[in-house]
Ligand binder design. Sequence first.
Ligand SMILES: [Zn+2]
Length: 140
Amino acid sequence: MPAEYSKPLPVPQPESDHYWEQATQGKLVLQRCKDCESARFYPRVLCVACQGRDLEWMESAGRGKLFTFSIVHQPPHPGFREDVPYIAAIVELDEGVRMPSQVIGIEPDPEQLHIGMPLEVAFEHVTDSIALPKFRPAAQ
Ligand SMILES: [Zn+2]
């Protein structure tokens, strides 16, 4: 964990406190609606499919596929100056949920990346209370 983290940090909200707590334990959790059984990212107070309020947490296997990506060359914030170029991505989890993240552990080179490549979650612990879910290439 870096002594000082210079990038913007997520601010947990009441509906996402559990998500962030689990992330520090290395677990990726998703909300699922008990009424229509749809899962989603990010945590909300209502089901976006049926407006139901009876939501539960499920643990994701943390595996998915690269849905789309972009290689970022211009740092969106001074804290990212040392990171560019990096791979911003949408990952489609095996649970059917798409989440924005970053692909790590592979060169930010379009020749190395392909849509549908298998990925697995890898948490980056950036402070005592925040771990960010990123994704690295997984074995097929
Ligand atoms: Zn629902």
